[in-house]
Design a protein around this ligand. Structure first.
Ligand SMILES: C[S@@+](CC[C@H](N)C(=O)[O-])C[C@H]1O[C@@H](n2cnc3c(N)ncnc32)[C@H](O)[C@@H]1O
Length: 343
């Protein structure tokens, strides 16, 4: 193991971005922002969780993690948590090295921000279901979905060609051939998939392109950072368009999870509220139980929504930012209160 801070010392905080966040998030998160900021600006405090690969199960590594004081995540009474999903956390910032690909061998573990598993668990994928991961690269959440269930069909889409290659590599390094055979990888604009495959999927994950607060803070070029801050205003439009497409691709009765790795209310709660206001056949699904059962390992900020959770980085729980919202497409286009009665 190597100290996680080793490779991170060279990171420089971009003052333009920090000032911008300071202004926005001190209003949106109020007092919590001070702690969130302290964690975000200190990569040495960031933690990485270890997701074990059920297709090349590392028994020895699991023992080793126990001995080193790691503990297993999601041991509580989550509404949905398949036993096949195993993820370990350390209380310290020690970090396993990334695993090298060895030809002919599947990798044994994947390092990730533990909060990335919350959208995956919220989706509740079951064996045999048809699922769409609309914005899939580099593939962390696709991989986690496949730890949970064996879908009948999984469509992983990514618009960016370079990142698409990364996605393919992730799938090939962790997933065995029989399961690869039920996965389709495509390079489309996610905004067009709804029209191309209407009412096709039981489950859709929209892990949307967003401000990505952690990486923005360390932008190396202040001019580019300023430009991105201006472009940031347009992200909710793209996010809404992706959601529109996802809703179209979902079969009636199907479930959609929207997630981002930003704290920004405009890209999180506002996008979901706008969607709910625009579609009479899309209903919020209450996921507050996830927050209740995971509060030991994650810190949540209030969102004012029963269908939306926001994980904020905290000391000793440096996961997030991660916003997760869950929606359901109803069978009828009737008014929301009519649907809620049958819910
Ligand atoms: C937050 S990342 C996805 C991370 C991924 N789900 C994971 O867990 O590894 C968002 C992705 O959306 C992609 N993207 C941006 N615009 C898109 C579009 N119009 N359609 C599909 N994907 C898009 C970005 O290239 C980026 O890879």
């Amino acid at each position: 193991m190597r100290g996680k801070s080793e490779g991170k010392l060279a990171k420089q905080i971009c003052k333009v971005v920090l000032d911008h966040f300071e202004k926005q998030y001190s209003k949106e998160l109020e007092d919590s922002w001070n702690t969130v900021r302290d964690v975000l600006i200190s990569p040495s405090l960031w933690q990485y969780a270890v997701l074990l690969n059920r297709f090349n199960y590392p028994f020895e590594l699991e023992m080793d993690l126990y001995l080193k004081g790691y503990h297993q995540l999601f041991q509580g009474s989550l509404p949905y948590c398949p036993k096949s999903l195993k993820c370990y956390l350390s209380r310290t910032t020690d970090r396993l090295p990334s695993e090298r690909h060895q030809f002919g061998n599947l990798k044994k573990y994947y390092l990730l921000n533990a909060a990335s598993l919350l959208p995956v668990l919220a989706l509740e994928l079951r064996d045999g279901e048809k699922a769409l991961d609309l914005c899939a690269a580099p593939g962390g959440k696709s991989l986690a979905l496949l730890q949970c269930a064996w879908p009948g069909y999984l469509h992983c889409n990514e618009y960016d060609r370079l990142r698409l290659r990364w996605l393919r590599q992730t799938l090939e390094s962790f997933i065995p051939q029989p399961l690869i055979n039920v996965i389709k990888v495509s390079e489309s604009d996610g905004r067009e998939i709804g029209d191309a495959q209407p009412e096709t999927f039981d489950k859709v994950l929209v892990d949307a392109p967003c401000s990505n607060d952690r990486s923005w803070l360390f932008s190396s070029d202040p001019q580019k950072a300023t430009c991105r801050i201006h472009q940031r205003r347009n992200l909710p439009v793209l996010q809404m368009e992706l959601l529109r497409s996802a809703i179209k691709a979902l079969r009636p009765g199907g479930v959609l999870v929207y997630s981002t790795c930003t704290l920004s209310k405009a890209e999180n709660q506002d996008v979901i509220n706008e969607t709910l206001n625009s579609y009479s056949n899309v209903m919020p699904v209450d996921i507050r139980e996830i927050a209740r059962t995971c509060s030991q390992d994650f810190t949540f900020a209030p969102t004012g929504q029963e269908c939306g959770l926001l994980v904020i980085p905290d000391k000793g729980k440096a996961w997030g930012p991660m916003y997760v919202a869950k929606l359901k497409k109803s069978w009828s286009t009737g008014k929301r209160h009519e649907f809620c009665k049958q819910f």
